[in-house]
Design a protein around this ligand. Structure first.
Ligand code: GUN
Length: 288
């Protein structure tokens, strides 16, 4: 970031558009703003009310597209329901692909499919970085991705495929789900269901990546997840607890397991900052 600022005469810039009052989105965006600022980025947060018309959201994106100070643009999803079912697609389509630090535009998705340089979605890119740094072998290994979302499941499968893994994508209609998952050397859980992936889904020694962040507020559900009575006390004190898509007991079977919180979440933010710097450097003509 310092080298960029010295060369460009300004820090890398990240524009964030947050519409409405979804509590989880507010937490995510607060963390993105804080990490970006701490890293020395210029962070421009535009907050719009839940009843803002689509035009106004579009205007915020177009202002950032035209700006020299904004290298990256992120529109936090989900957008309010009132904007209509296709609002996110329509807004993402407006983002300049060179500034699309979420990797959600058709241009960047196409580049990912063809394994050409572009901007990669932050969560799957972060998972690949983690697997690389931990020297987890992928070529010829079985990788199973549970979940087929545009944000995680689909791009995750493609990135693993590009590293020569044999990839299976599972979803809500997959029969014998546990048995399919139990074949995985690398299992990525991205379903958005609390502690859904139990030991029965995991081959002993497998690497398990937990992408989920779920809030548990019911005591009976908490008892299914945690045996430690201290956890139930915590739930009573705090009103809710966080758990991933992976049941905590998987720790005893897996060779490696990412924690929730403190695993893929912070990694995603790190990749957002990294993408912003990459986008800025490309705009300066630094890298290909
Ligand atoms: N909502 C949940 N995850 C994400 C993300 O990675 N990017 C954006 N823009 N919105 C999200």
């Amino acid at each position: 970031v310092q080298a960029f600022a010295d060369r460009a005469g300004r820090p890398p810039g990240l524009g964030i558009v947050l519409v409405g009052d979804d509590p989880a989105s507010h937490v995510y965006v607060r963390n993105k703003v804080r990490s970006g600022s701490e890293t020395g980025l210029f962070v421009d947060l535009v907050q719009l009310p839940a009843d803002a018309p689509l035009d106004e959201v579009a205007k915020a994106v177009e202002r950032m597209n035209a700006s020299d100070r904004h290298d990256g643009i992120l529109v936090q999803s989900p957008l309010p329901r009132a904007l209509g079912a296709d609002a996110a697609r329509r807004i993402f389509d407006l983002i300049d692909p060179h500034k699309d630090v979420d990797g959600f535009t058709a241009e960047n998705v196409g580049r990912l499919v063809q394994n050409r340089p572009g901007l990669l979605p932050c969560t799957p890119a972060g998972v690949m970085e983690l697997l690389r740094r931990e020297d987890v072998p992928l070529a010829g290994r079985r990788a199973v991705v549970v979940g087929r979302s545009e944000i995680v499941g689909k791009p995750m499968a493609l990135l693993l495929l590009h590293r020569d893994a044999t990839v299976t994508v599972c979803h809500s209609k997959t029969p014998e789900l546990a048995a399919v998952c139990a074949e995985a050397d690398v299992l990525v859980a991205a379903v958005g269901r609390a502690a859904f992936v139990t030991s029965a889904f995991v081959k002993p020694g497998a690497t398990v990546i937990d992408v989920g962040i779920n809030r548990v507020d019911r005591e009976d559900e908490a008892r299914r997840i945690w045996t430690d009575p201290a956890r139930i006390d915590q739930l009573r004190a705090k009103g809710s607890l966080l758990v991933g898509d992976v049941h905590p007991s998987v720790r005893e079977v897996a060779g490696a397991l990412t924690p929730v919180p403190g695993g893929v979440g912070p990694l995603t933010i790190a990749m957002l900052l990294s993408n912003t710097l990459t986008a800025g450097r490309r705009r300066l003509g630094d890298v290909g």
